[in-house]
Write a protein that binds this ligand. Structure first.
Ligand code: GDU
Length: 589
């Protein structure tokens, strides 16, 4: 062992750290096996920024003790519904705020958290490679990058490259890198993407003394993920936040998740709100159904003081907090609105980069942690399965201080405009849908993307019919017509009036499919569509659609079978493209 490894072993072996069980079998082990364990411990020690493994034990013992005693970290805080800005698509208020945000769109950096395994979804690959919808089969990573490149071209200063940082984990790194490589970074330049990796997790804990769980055969420590809150520490240690601010002229930071195909329609709106209200941190929020697995944003006031913070209360903590503070029914819907009074956090966050980066310099990006052990006994001394400390990225307001702590708010809009993740296995989604909660499955993620494009088109006056709901694998969704407007055609509602200058002359029937992409300039003046139409325009060219009527057999759906690929089986249907009209600079083909 190296000297540093010997020191670490000694430290962990000490009574204070209480990990001697890890080394009990060392006398009989080969030097190679011992080195392997010591190397793992050293890596875990280095990866835990909040004091190495000794710090981890100390923090865990404290949090486990609080959990055993039933101490609620939010005890003594009174929740209230916070103030924020709520919007509806198509209103003047929406347009005015979005217009303010558009001015900032060219100075934004993007952070994609994609280290999660997606256990609830049960998909075998990385989630970023999943198709967002079946009309074009564009995968999530392609969609995100294509969007960033499109706003860079439209709103960036000459030669600017809007940066993207992707947080991966041990589970997702290889898949993410392979996907980027196979597709030449989907058009981004090499230096434009930074990849940061979460540690390989933190030790799983067996008991209240924070004894590490160990694999009996290899004698290695068993680890579990530490949560998406790691992103802040990584943006600090990698220097990404600081470099983007000081060298790349980036002013805003947008955090988003791995499978939300509606992530960006409302980005300029959010930017407008941040600018107007001078928000250091702005969370995109949606009306939340009680008990839905999204946190509630709450304004908390410390009893007997004027200390106030606006923060996400995670879905498992909201009910006990409410019950303990004057809301005896806990997390329930408001009878009038049918929604929880607390806006739902969808973890799409927008920060002022300067303030954010300054906080990182002060805190090194360390987030508060929590532990959630499930106990077997009443005395709360035996765990059903090993626990671990976790942290969440939306907890950032807890490390803000002074004036910054007051500059936290949210932008709320109905979820069909901004949020439809693919997180759940179809069978679980069926149950959620029956309860009236968004199922978060592949089919609804797809339907909602078409739905958002259609809603924005309707908001400016286009005539877009909707077909009846279809049911596949027990999930109900409106899958037709399919409308996909690529970001090199339009990136946000403000642009729709430019590309549809006479919206009342655009008619799309319920059995239609419309896919429009640039990168050249496309304007749709008048169109009567009853079938499938794909409009494409190469760079430097122009396409004007005028007096065009298209009627054909279009695209239909057929049931998936056992031989279909996994991304099709999770939907239960596939597309059969019977007939497609194509329109380009030369007209109809
Ligand atoms: N992720 C990581 N590393 C991790 C865990 C997760 O990068 O260790 C990433 C995932 O890849 C994903 C994002 O973080 O992109 C969110 O992860 P989950 O989907 O597992 O998160 P949850 O559904 O548990 O909850 C989070 C927030 C909620 C709510 C919800 C909305 O904690 O408050 O906003 O997302 O989707």
């Amino acid at each position: 062992l190296s000297d540093s490894q010997k020191q670490l072993v000694q430290q962990l072996n000490s009574e204070e750290c209480g990990q001697s069980h890890l080394f009990a079998d060392w006398p009989g082990m080969s030097p190679q096996d011992r080195t392997a364990v010591a190397t793992q411990l050293e890596a875990l020690d280095g990866a835990y920024g909040n004091g190495g493994l000794a710090g981890y034990v100390k923090n865990a013992v404290k949090l486990l003790e609080n959990s055993r005693k039933g101490v609620n970290p939010l005890d003594g805080w009174e929740p209230q519904v916070p103030e924020g800005a709520a919007f509806e698509i198509g209103t003047d208020k929406y347009k005015a705020t979005e217009a303010k945000g558009l001015e900032e769109l060219g100075s934004i950096g993007f952070v994609l958290v994609a280290g999660g395994l997606g256990e609830r979804l049960g998909y075998n690959g990385i989630k970023l490679e999943l198709p967002t919808e079946l009309a074009t089969e564009t995968c999530y990573l392609n969609y995100y990058i294509h969007y960033i490149l499109s706003i860079q071209k439209k709103y960036g200063k000459d030669g600017c490259k809007l940066p993207l940082c992707i947080m991966v984990s041990n589970d997702t790194r290889a898949g993410t890198e392979a996907l980027l490589k196979a597709n030449n970074n989907f058009g981004m330049e090499e230096g434009q993407i930074s990849i940061v990796q979460q540690g390989s997790g933190v030790p799983a804990l067996l008991d209240n003394a924070a004894k590490f769980s160990m694999d009996e055969t290899t004698k290695m420590v068993i680890t579990k993920p530490h949560g998406h809150g790691d992103i802040h520490e990584l943006l600090y240690t990698s220097g990404v936040a600081k470099t983007w601010y000081s060298e790349k002229g980036i002013k805003w930071l947008c955090f988003f998740q791995d499978t939300n195909g509606l992530a960006f329609h409302t980005l300029p709106l959010m930017l407008g709100v941040s600018k107007e209200l001078d928000l250091v941190m702005n969370s995109l929020a949606v009306p939340r159904k009680a008990k839905q697995a999204i946190g509630g944003i709450a304004k908390l006031t410390k009893q007997g003081s004027d200390e106030v913070k606006t923060v996400n209360v995670e879905y498992n903590q909201l009910d006990p907090l409410l019950r303990g503070s004057g809301f005896p029914d806990g997390d329930v819907n408001d009878k009038e609105t049918g929604f929880s009074p607390f806006p739902g956090n969808i973890n799409q966050l927008l920060f002022q980069l300067k303030a954010y980066s300054d906080v990182l310099e002060r805190t090194k990006g360390i987030m508060p942690e929590f532990v959630n052990p499930k106990y077997k006994d009443e005395a709360k001394t035996i765990f059903k399965k090993p626990a671990r400390l976790e942290c969440m990225m939306q907890d950032f307001p807890t490390v803000l201080s002074g004036d910054d702590a007051k500059k936290v708010g949210f932008t709320s809009i109905s979820s069909d405009m901004c949020f439809s993740p693919v997180k759940n296995a179809t069978s679980d989604g069926v149950g959620l849908q029956q309860k009236g909660t968004a199922p978060g499955v592949a089919a609804t993620g797809e339907a909602d993307q078409y739905g958002a494009f259609k809603a924005i088109m309707r908001s400016i006056g286009c005539q877009v019919e909707d077909a009846a709901e279809e049911t596949h694998e027990g999930i109900k969704a409106v899958l037709s017509p399919q409308v996909v407007l690529k970001p090199d055609f339009v990136t946000c509602p403000a642009e729709y009036s430019e590309v549809f200058p006479s919206p009342d002359k655009v008619k799309i029937s319920s059995k239609s499919s419309l896919v429009v992409s640039g990168p050249g300039s496309v304007v749709i003046e008048s169109l009567d569509l009853d079938g499938a139409l794909v409009i494409e325009c190469p760079e430097g060219e122009t396409v004007t659609v005028k007096d065009l009527t298209v009627k054909n057999d279009g695209w239909v759906r057929e049931a998936a079978d056992a031989g279909s690929p996994e991304y099709i089986r999770m939907r239960g249907y596939r597309f059969v493209k019977k007939e497609t009209a194509k329109f380009g600079p030369g007209g109809l083909t």
